[in-house]
Design a protein around this ligand. Structure first.
Ligand code: HXC
Length: 284
């Protein structure tokens, strides 16, 4: 079979591996989230994108649907991951309209640059609420559907089908601590822990749960926010052992791997996609 070309995907993957499967993704209109969604849709999945902004979320869904003829991509805006009820309603609507939830990406996140002394208690709490509580809410709203999907798609199996997989977008800040990012660091550490618990509790049902921890990814909102705070781009690029910043495609490829048959036995772990950058991080 010919291998599809896509700027969001390496050539390692073949057509249709996610046919008849549905991706549910929070933050799916963002730079990393939309690349993950494009890659999955390119390879056959349908998708449901969740976001706070109605306009941005619906526009992203429309654009992503163009990736593949016949792709069904819906955008559900007006959903704040801090509200369990609105997430639950979105998950139920996804299943009603698209038939299932087979893969979940918890990608919604909040970030800004601030020293600890400049963080109000509410500022710290806002990021914990979006990142950590939002990931918990996403797990809680979707895990019954992932258990059903895993039962329909036992892994490993003979036909290359997968389902029942959860990926959280984490970070590497908490491996070392990170100036001006104490709030994000703490929130992401908790997300790593949550994925471990999901792997332990629901692994026996066939569900997998992993973190993907991107490093400095070019062209993302997060990087714009961080890089604008006196981080010299050239210096930082030199500091990455792989010699470059990451691309959204690097993260999309990692996501496809974890969701694919190739990732059947990858459970409860952190896949760091950062060119070994975290090994040199920690001081500005
Ligand atoms: C100090 C700040 C601040 C800043 C906001 N606050 N910005 N404090 N420095 N720069 C404070 C506010 O004063 C307020 O505290 C509290 O945070 C909540 O702010 P609100 O604006 O009321 O909250 P909300 O509208 O919910 O917005 C949440 C947000 C915002 C996190 C502050 O930035 C947001 O919505 N972000 C979502 C999009 C986003 O950040 N995307 C990038 C993700 S990238 P007080 O005390 O005044 O009430 C990412 C990368 C991770 O996560 C790292 C990867 C390598």
């Amino acid at each position: 079979m010919s291998v599809p070309r896509s700027e969001y995907l390496s050539t390692a993957w073949r057509d249709g591996i996610f046919a008849n499967r549905v991706l549910f993704i929070t933050g799916g209109a963002g730079s990393i989230g939309s690349a993950q969604t494009r890659a999955m849709v390119h390879l056959g999945a349908d998708a449901c994108i969740i976001g706070r902004s109605v306009e941005k979320t619906e526009a992203a869904a429309k654009e992503i649907a163009k990736v593949r003829n016949g792709a069904r991509v819906i955008g559900i805006g007006g959903v704040d991951v801090r509200s369990y009820d609105s997430l639950k309603a979105a998950a139920d609507r996804c299943v009603k309209e698209l038939g299932s939830i087979d893969f979940v990406v918890a990608g919604a996140a909040g970030n800004f640059i601030a020293p600890i002394a400049g963080l109000s208690p509410n500022a710290f709490k806002s990021v914990i609420d979006i990142d950590t509580i939002g990931t918990f809410n996403t797990i809680k709203a979707t895990i019954p559907y992932l258990i059903e999907s895993a039962a329909r798609n036992p892994n490993p199996n003979d036909d290359g089908t997968t389902g029942g997989r959860f990926v959280s977008t984490s970070a590497t800040f908490h491996y070392t601590g990170m100036p001006l990012q104490s709030h994000v660091s703490a929130a992401k550490a908790a997300i790593d822990s949550l994925m471990g618990s999901v792997a332990l509790e629901y692994g026996p049902y066939g569900v997998t749960a992993n973190c993907i921890a991107p490093g400095a990814i070019e062209g993302t909102e997060g990087m714009e926010r961080l890089a604008s705070a006196s981080i010299d781009r050239r210096t930082r690029t030199k500091g990455v052992p792989s010699g470059r910043w990451g691309s959204v495609r690097d993260v999309a490829d990692a996501t496809v791997f974890v969701f694919s048959d190739a990732g059947n036995y990858v459970n409860g772990t952190n896949l760091v996609v950062d060119g070994a950058g975290w090994r040199r991080q920690g001081a500005l």
